[in-house]
Design a protein around this ligand. Sequence first.
Ligand SMILES: [Zn+2]
Length: 327
Amino acid sequence: MTDSTTNHTHLAVAGLVAQPGERVSGLVEVDLGAAVVSIPVVLINGGRAGRRVGITAGIHGAEYVSIAALRRVVMELDPADVDGSIVAVLTANPAAFAARSIYLNPLDRKNLNRVFPGYAAGTASERLAAWLYENVIAPSNLFIDMHCGDMNEALVSFSGIELIGEPEVDALSRRVAEAYGLDYLVVGPLPGSTTTAAATRGIPAVLAEVGGQGLWPAADVARHAAGLRRALVAAGSLPPSAATGPAGVVSRLLSQEAWLRSDVTGYWHPLVGVGDEVAAGQPVGEVRDAFGTVLGAVDAPIGGVILFLVTSLAMNAGDPLLAIGTS
Ligand SMILES: [Zn+2]
């Protein structure tokens, strides 16, 4: 695999090299076995000591708000403002982006965010995860993964962290997540995800989610971008003057999350909207057949807030329906 080193003079990742004070961008070719993909990477070398921050967007290829917001922030930043360095992967799953694929990498039909830290001799997604882990996540002192609802999902904005029992790591994860300023902060692991892989290695890590449904309206992109800027200020990577854009909010803390999946294939009729508060046992939707007959009623297993909701009428057995977060 390629080298990933940083010091006070230069920053090198996968053949790209940024000298002090430089921003360097380029496409990095990565062999995934089934195909060679070109991954857009931006290095910003502030030239001063400081954290190396790894940032990814587009782990899921149709999550456009995160892709648009990360590109905007890293291409706008003045490298002279950066303490330490930033390694940004603008579209982490190019084959999924090109295919407008929901959840899955078309090269192997796997969800990239379930196979971290990856396997360099595995399938396409496992190889891609291994490359991202080795070049972006593992060498970082802080890792941020930007998502939104997928093409078929609406969501309320939220951040996510995992606490690992190391006070300094946990404090930084929490400070950065709170600075992002989204509606909710969910605490808990997601096995196979980027952020859990980082946390397992002792690296502070934050998931951030704004927007969805295959759209990238200016207000959502501005909110994701402003959140990232505040997060980088909170991390000490940027000066307070870099925290531009719409203001954040105080995140409501959620300690538990229930993901509901469909037992059957059919037509999904939700009875709730994102951000709604539901009680345990409350009906939240139905899956019907082609003629409208109810095949299965779905009740909330816990009370809480609807964090994300699938908005497509088409539903497949085993696919997510919605998630409920609770404090
Ligand atoms: Zn995602």
